[in-house]
Design a binder for this molecule. Structure first.
Ligand code: CO
Length: 522
């Protein structure tokens, strides 16, 4: 039956580049593959071990991607916190296994991969070391879209002669306008960026907005300004957004191989390829390689079921709340810890109010956590009865500038609670030189090898690094479960949680008809 079906469809050969389109030349659209970083970060809490990626690398390297995102974001943290894996070793392994690919990372500007601002020297050293270890393309963003916070990192990337990509975090508010995004694009290009990224972390970027923003930037700055578009899939509309962005002139779009895609993750790579067939645009991706990559990760995926996001389908309520999927699960667990698991709805209503008080920051790490946690506090204790230290810092300007004015009453409350004065300068300008101190603290730790790489690990994760350095010799820990073990557990829970005794009944689809099959234990 399966064979006959494919024969029936085989009459129409797929339209290839150029075919079926008289005299039109297609514009080639670059693709950034996300599966090795944001794909598993979004779908399985960044838990995928390097071991489960290596066998896909030869196919990824030969598939024809513009770049392969494989490092940065939350992967560094997850490596040392959960996987006993040296993130620098991971980077060197990718460099070796992906010799023909541009390796790409996500860098949080002056925060690097940590959660506070670092002094410029630390930023410079991080960029130098990652370039030395094999990084090529740096997507640099700031959670508040404060361009001053990406300036240093972008300058360091340029000095290292690598690709500097300036990022516009997409968000919506009464103050965010297309002209504002164009202005930010100008500011980023003035820093000497090689390309721009329109980054939609919450799947809020609707097709028309994608078109309008990309078009406005190209019209203003020239069509040779390279624009990359990054969308999540959570709201179900963004594959169309990628299409409209391409029609407006976008050069590269981000996707993840189908077996690690959709839900809070990204649009599937293969869907993009198929969508563009028969249009004036094409990708140069190799279908056979994509199939191998898909098959590889389809086998890996079940090992990480326990870490999978609860959101698997589409969530259009995000358009109202603006809250990215990862943030909701974060707030849920905070509420449960306080015995207030039933108050999520109130918190979801509170988040936009907190965001307005804070001057409408985009919600992306770390601003999403800061705003989300304050919303939880407001619901549990009353509005602004207690400020988290991070929210107070945000209100006082210690994370940078927001587009909107911050609520003066809450700024005053933050000042009184912390004893700190509000600032308007670039936050990192207030940080004294810290590299020498970080070196002496890091090298005093058991297991620290004294390299700049280790010092950077300590600088970004001072709480986690000591344990990691000590346990590093034990080698990487794969937190995925053996698929057989997962299947056994699933059977056990399907039969009421206990051991399986009686025969198990399955419904099997054969030749389009449902059959009931009973399996007895031997
Ligand atoms: Co993302």
């Amino acid at each position: 039956m399966v064979i006959r079906l494919s024969l029936a469809l085989g009459f129409r050969a797929p339209v290839r580049k150029g075919e079926g389109m008289t005299e039109t030349t297609t514009r080639e659209i670059g693709v950034t593959e996300l599966v090795l970083r944001d794909g598993h970060q979004s779908l399985m809490a960044t838990r995928m071990a390097l071991e489960d990626m290596v066998d896909a690398c030869a196919d990824i390297d030969a598939a024809g991607y513009w770049s392969v995102e494989c490092w940065g974001g939350a992967t560094y943290d997850a490596c040392i916190r959960f996987l006993n894996e040296d993130p620098w070793e991971r980077l060197r392994t990718f460099r070796e296994l992906l010799p023909h690919s541009r390796l790409q990372m996500l860098l949080r500007g002056q925060n690097l991969l940590g959660y506070r601002h670092y002094e410029d020297d630390v930023v410079n050293r991080f960029v130098e070391k990652s370039a030395e270890n094999g990084m090529d393309v740096y997507r640099v963003f700031d959670a508040l879209n404060d361009v001053r916070n990406v300036r240093q990192a972008i300058a360091a990337v340029r000095r290292a002669d690598k690709h500097a990509q300036g990022t516009i975090c997409y968000t919506e508010s009464p103050l965010h306008t297309i002209e504002g995004y164009v202005q930010m694009a100008r500011d980023l290009m003035d820093l000497g960026c090689d390309s721009l990224c329109l980054k939609d972390m919450a799947a809020l970027l609707k097709p028309q907005a994608a078109y309008d923003i990309v078009k406005a930037i190209k019209d203003d700055l020239g069509t040779d300004v390279r624009i990359h578009v990054h969308c999540h899939a959570t709201t179900g509309v963004t594959l169309v957004s990628l299409m409209k962005a391409i029609e407006a002139g976008a050069d590269v779009v981000d996707t993840s191989i189908s077996s690690i895609s959709l839900g809070p993750g990204h649009n599937p790579t293969e869907s993009l390829v198929e969508m563009l067939r028969g249009t004036p645009y094409s990708t140069d991706l190799d279908d056979a390689r994509l199939l191998s990559i898909k098959d590889h990760f389809a086998t890996v995926r079940p090992k990480y079921t326990q870490f999978m996001s609860a959101i698997t389908g589409v969530e259009t309520e995000i358009f109202k709340s603006q809250i990215p999927g990862g943030m909701i699960s974060n707030m849920e667990s905070q509420l449960r810890q306080q015995g207030a698991g039933d108050r999520l709805r109130e918190v979801l209503l509170e988040v936009p109010r907190v965001r307005a008080v804070a001057g409408y920051p985009p919600l992306v790490t770390p601003s999403s956590q800061i705003v989300g946690t304050q919303a939880v506090f407001n619901v549990l204790m009353g509005p602004y009865k207690a400020l988290t230290a991070e929210f107070a810092d945000l209100m006082l300007g210690y994370y940078g500038a927001t587009l909107g004015e911050r609520d003066a009453t809450i700024v005053e409350a933050a000042r009184q609670q912390t004893g700190k004065e509000p600032i308007t300068e670039r936050p990192a300008d207030l940080i004294p030189p810290e590299w020498d101190r970080l070196v002496s603290e890091a090298t005093a730790l058991e297991g620290c090898d004294g390299t700049d790489e280790d010092v950077l690990t300590y600088a970004m994760f001072p709480g986690v690094a000591p344990g990691f350095f000590k346990e590093r010799p034990d080698g990487p820990k794969n937190v995925g479960k053996d698929p057989a073990e997962v299947a056994a557990e699933r059977l056990a829970s399907a039969s009421g949680g206990g051991p399986v005794h009686g025969p198990i009944r399955y419904s099997v689809n054969m030749d389009g008809k449902a059959h009931s099959v009973t399996v007895e234990r031997a």
